[in-house]
Design a protein around this ligand. Structure first.
Ligand SMILES: [Zn+2]
Length: 78
């Protein structure tokens, strides 16, 4: 075996060893999904109350139409 062919055999052996290795290293951990929760709806479910009004809701679902923080002890609906 000539020196040249011996060198080539060495090179080919090294190439085969590298080719036998997996192309990509295995992931140690699975990709972590972002943990940021979706932003909650900005008070979309809250009933809209006109600013400046008391907005107190009566038993039958009506809204107090007096001014916000009114002095009157009773609420006025309708
Ligand atoms: Zn009221």
């Amino acid at each position: 075996m000539s020196k040249e062919s011996a060198l080539r055999a060495m090179r080919e052996a090294r190439y085969e060893r590298q080719a036998a290795r997996p192309a990509t290293t295995p992931r140690l951990r699975p990709p972590v999904a972002p943990t940021t929760p979706p932003s909650p709806p900005a008070e979309a479910a809250a009933p809209t109350v006109d600013e400046g009004l008391c907005g107190h809701r009566s038993m039958n679902g009506r809204t107090c139409t007096r001014e916000h923080g009114h002095a009157a002890k009773s609420h006025r609906y309708g």
